[in-house]
Design a protein around this ligand. Structure first.
Ligand code: FO1
Length: 312
């Protein structure tokens, strides 16, 4: 069975890592959001792509989920001393990734090629694909005006009230040949527990309408990033509230209602199961918290059991 996972940053990376523990590189491909990418300090930074790669390579910082473990901070400290921008915390080892990626992009290599080479260098066996080689930039419409994603997320700490989102460049961005192949050959698409608005929607909007996530018997299954009305990490719950939707696993299921066959929710949300079933999807309840690597593998196995039950 072939599975293609769609992932954003930290939460998505954890499930992708779990899936990579139990599925071979032939069985699993991971497509990653690049809507969070931005140009900073003259470098192209791809936070979600790097988070997924570092996580699968066991190089990720266990405290933050993003950036590198055992990191040092000399470059950013010296940039700060010189009066440069230091609000986006780039570590010394992480800097090397951005410098080398930017050099290769300027040479004309694609983000897909570069990511493939980096994965090889970091010992990652599974394919990790950026959703597109063309830039797509998530813009957040807020009460403080329209903000580029990292400006909203990191610099302004998600404080402005969200009114909506725009994905700049999405109309012209094409899914890559690898992404098309990964979707078309997949038996199941797994939407990882990432923010639906700013991590998964940019992927879905870039892939469709050129590609249909469903189709030819392909199923789509999502894991809720919201547990007990709260996001495990990040502003997903705050975004739902500010957009006038009560944050819950049910709200996530409704968000994806046109594409989902199955939905994985946390045990603490069992009271929502009947409502979710009413919107025409199968459900699976489990502990969706991923505090360590064995949790990731356990959840991945649970998702695979659920998929197995949907296929029979
Ligand atoms: N997130 C923060 O909250 N503060 C940071 O200073 C920060 C730096 C950073 C550096 C490299 C990287 O790959 C990610 C980084 N992130 C940081 C995380 C990132 O901006 C967000 O988690 C994602 O874009 C949302 O998925």
């Amino acid at each position: 069975m072939k599975i293609t996972a769609l992932a954003g940053g930290v939460g998505g990376a954890k499930l992708a890592h779990g899936l990579a523990q139990v599925l071979s590189p032939e069985e699993l491909t991971i497509i990653v959001n690049t809507g969070d990418d931005f140009e900073h300090l003259g470098l192209t930074i791809c936070p979600d792509l790097d988070t997924v790669c570092y996580t699968l390579a066991n190089l990720a910082n266990p405290e933050t989920g993003w950036g590198r473990k055992d990191e040092t901070w000399n470059v950013i400290a010296n940039i700060e001393k010189l009066g440069g921008p230091s609000w986006f915390r780039l570590g010394d080892s992480d800097f090397a990734t951005h410098i080398e990626r930017t050099r290769r992009l300027k040479e004309g290599q694609t983000l897909t090629q570069i990511t493939q080479d980096f994965c090889k260098a970091w010992g990652i066996k599974h394919s990790i694909l950026p959703m597109s080689d063309s830039p797509v930039r998530t813009m957040v419409n807020t009460d403080a005006g329209e903000l580029a994603f990292q400006e909203y997320f990191v610099h302004r700490r998600c404080e402005p009230r969200v009114k909506g989102f725009r994905f700049e460049g999405v109309e012209i961005a094409e899914p890559t040949v690898g992404v098309k192949e990964a979707v078309e050959s997949a038996d199941v698409i797994v939407i990882c527990p990432s923010n639906p608005w700013v991590s998964i929607d940019p992927i879905i909007k870039t892939l469709t309408p050129a590609l249909s996530l469903k189709g030819r018997g392909r199923m789509v299954v999502a894991v809720s990033p919201i547990i007990g009305g709260k996001a495990i990490k990040g502003p997903a719950a705050k975004m739902f509230s500010e957009l006038g939707i009560e944050p819950s696993a049910l709200a996530v299921a409704k968000h994806y209602r046109n594409i989902l066959d199955g939905f994985v929710l946390d045990d603490v949300d069992s009271n929502l199961e009947d409502e979710i079933k009413k919107i025409n999807m199968k459900t699976w309840k489990t502990n969706t918290l991923m505090n360590n690597v064995s949790d990731r593998t356990r959840l991945a196995n649970d998702v695979l059991h659920f998929i197995g039950s949907l296929l029979t």
